[in-house]
Write a protein that binds this ligand. Structure first.
Ligand code: SF4
Ligand code: SF4
Length: 357
């Protein structure tokens, strides 16, 4: 931790409101787990992209562009309504950089209005005191910032140095839960940074997790001996949150194949900015069907479809969702191209002639 940084202190009012929101969210999370255990028919977690554009250009990232426009709020509401009607429990807004979306708070409000748990993954650069207040007011429940290093380098500007003031604002003002994710793995210059970042997160009252950077296909490489020690230490620091349900991460860190059933396309959905359903951020393109045409039968099929990339997967949020169903529902189907159902004719024409006759 840089010497000059000070721990942000929340006022009594903020602490009270934070405790109140935490209790409410925790009750909703427990209900979400009970509902997911009772039925396999609905999505548990959906990542949705309102903005593909990003204000940064991290060297390892394949999830952003520099040009795209925000998805209009009305369109986002329609997509969220479809997801709520499917019975989705948690929506995590991701990107690109969601804070670049001019109506992000409207998206969060709609998630909450439809009874779903609202989370967001951001690089944090666009946070201000006022924006944190707006996110509080909109009803955000979880926020995650991924920090890659202690000082910025040519690969990533997401550093403790550039973000520490914003972390202090969050510690002072946010009534939602904040998780700081540090990273280990290919492309990370100094693994000790992950430890410093995790300690700073805990000092500020946040939860802390560590992710292992995957290659361009979402697949893993084993960590070195010192990286492994750091990994275990940061994992131990993270025991306070739901992130403790992540035993698969120990296999990931050692580059070992792990035995699990990826339920993407069914219990987990990734909805891109064009409104298409994908397996996950690292397997975009399949099934690639518009959300409005993604039927219960398609989700049902994906539930039982084995994913070729599962043994070496590093996408931790999908693996956490998988825990709920790993003990049931063997995956015996193979992926197959699925076409959206043909639209129903709106008019029944009597006595019409074929135009090609
Ligand atoms: S901030 Fe996030 S989305 Fe943007 S380039 Fe970096 S990793 Fe990608
Ligand atoms: S196993 Fe699932 S989450 Fe992992 S890369 Fe494949 S589709 Fe994505």
């Amino acid at each position: 931790m840089p010497e000059e940084t000070k721990t942000g202190k929340a006022s009594e009012v903020v602490l009270r409101e934070r405790r109140r929101r935490f209790r409410k969210t925790r009750v909703r999370e427990l209900k979400m787990i009970a509902k997911a255990l009772a039925s396999t028919k609905h999505p548990v977690l959906v990542h949705i992209i309102p903005m593909r554009r990003c204000n940064l250009d991290c060297g390892y990232c394949n999830e952003y562009d520099n040009v795209s426009k925000p998805v209009p709020l009305e369109e986002m509401r329609k997509r969220l309504d479809i997801l709520a009607d499917m019975g989705t429990s948690i929506i995590t807004i991701s990107g690109g950089e969601p804070l670049m979306h001019p109506e992000l708070e409207g998206v969060i409000r709609h998630i909450r209005k439809r009874g779903m748990i609202a989370g967001m993954i951001t690089n944090g650069f666009l946070l201000s005191k006022e924006r944190i207040g707006n996110l509080n007011e909109a009803g955000l429940e979880h926020l995650q910032i991924s920090i890659d290093n202690v000082v910025p380098d040519e690969v990533s500007k997401k550093s403790l140095k550039t973000l520490d003031t914003r972390l202090e604002w969050l510690a002072e003002l946010a009534v939602f839960q904040v998780n700081i994710n540090s990273v280990l793995g290919s492309g990370v210059k100094d693994p000790e940074d992950a430890l410093k970042i995790a300690h700073r997160a805990v000092d500020l009252g946040f939860t802390s997790t560590v992710g292992i950077i995957h290659d361009g296909n979402g697949q893993l490489k084993p960590l070195g001996p010192r990286e492994l020690e750091i990994f275990e230490e940061v994992m131990a620091l993270g025991k306070r949150s739901f992130s403790r349900f992540n035993d698969f991460q120990h296999s990931v860190a050692r580059g070992k194949e792990h035995d699990w059933r990826c339920r993407s396309g069914a219990r987990y959905l990734y909805i891109c900015e064009d409104g298409l359903v994908h397996w996950c951020s690292q397997q975009r393109g399949y099934p690639g069907i518009p959300l409005a045409q993604y039927t219960d039968e398609m989700r049902h099929r994906e539930y039982y479809t084995a994913k070729h990339c599962a043994p070496m997967c590093t996408v931790s949020c999908v693996q956490q969702v998988g825990i709920i169903d790993n003990w049931r529902g063997s995956q015996t189907l193979k992926p197959k191209p699925m076409a959206p159902p043909s639209p129903k004719p709106e008019l029944v024409q009597i006595g019409s002639t074929r135009s090609d006759s």
